[in-house]
Design a protein around this ligand. Structure first.
Ligand SMILES: [Zn+2]
Length: 290
């Protein structure tokens, strides 16, 4: 604590404990402590990490290395995740896959060792290149990108990195483990709330339906996502149905010439909110066609 602040406290005399506790209180208010990390083994060699700062992540333990999926949001949380991996295996983390460019999935990258190979869709790299203007993030841009599909091997285990088109953003990939019948789907699956579509990143609700249907064509029965517990096929089917119903409702209203404000009111959208509502996204997609 610097001396000027200390001298202020001295002048306040007996008010010191109250002032300190107020600072502690304000600090706690401003920076809520993230939940502790929870590591769950979901398949023999595949783990999901929930809690901490940022979205859920995952890792695959191979015979000689660990492959990580998504990076958490802070350096601190990423380091905590690496410490958790160290409790499972001594194998080094050499490669990380990024499901998309949102900060809660990528901003923890500086918590990883340098020299790491970072793999993402080419559109995700483009968005990260725009966002990562300063050190240290700037030194964590993906060094391997692809447009449609990339096969990777960790020892003898094959993974498929697949791109099915714009959905949550324009660069969402899914990471498919065929032998394990498991898919990491990033943020194309939300459960218990409307999916978030970033129009500013050229996301698309109609694209999301297409992507979810493509994911269901993979031979899998377990789906790990950024913000929900492990899901099954029924969760994906329910999301497709709910999206299609909402799209049909907004389309009917738009076809009647209703304005955006009328559509939001008719669909029960609460004013405010941190993110654009799904109904507004759909309306804009239908009416702002380029
Ligand atoms: Zn996201």
């Amino acid at each position: 604590m610097n001396r000027n602040i200390l001298s202020v406290f001295r002048r306040w005399g007996t008010a010191y404990p109250a002032v300190v506790s107020m600072f502690v209180f304000l600090n706690a208010q401003a920076q809520p402590q993230p939940e502790p990390l929870r590591v769950q083994q979901v398949r023999r060699s595949i783990y999901q990490v929930q809690g901490g700062s940022g979205a859920n992540t995952g890792f695959f333990v191979g015979k000689s290395e660990v492959l990580v999926i998504d990076a958490k949001m802070t350096e601190e949380s990423a380091k905590a995740m690496i410490a958790e991996i160290g409790k499972v295996t001594q194998n080094p983390v050499r490669r990380i896959l990024l499901t998309h460019s949102d900060r809660d999935h990528v901003n923890g990258l500086p918590g990883f060792p340098g020299g790491l190979s970072i793999i993402a869709h080419e559109e995700t790299r483009r968005l990260m290149d725009q966002a990562f203007q300063e050190y240290p993030l700037r030194s964590y841009l993906p060094d391997i990108t692809f447009s449609e599909r990339l096969s990777l091997y960790v020892d003898s285990t094959r993974l498929e990195l697949l791109y099915f088109g714009p959905a949550h953003t324009c660069g969402d990939i899914v990471v498919y483990f065929p032998a394990e019948k498991l898919v990491f789907v990033g943020d194309v699956l939300f459960i218990g709330r409307d999916p978030l579509i970033h129009l500013a990143k050229n996301g698309s609700s109609f694209g999301l339906v297409k992507v979810l249907k493509s994911i269901l064509e993979l031979d899998a029965d377990l789906y790990l996502s950024g913000h929900a517990d492990a899901a099954g096929r029924a969760d994906l089917e329910a999301l497709i149905q709910s999206l299609e119903e909402k799209q049909a409702k907004v389309k009917a209203l738009a076809d009647q010439g209703r304005t955006l404000e009328e559509v939001k009111a008719a669909c029960g959208v609460e004013p405010g909110g941190r993110w654009m509502s799904l109904y507004e996204v759909i309306y804009r997609e239908l009416t702002e066609k380029k």
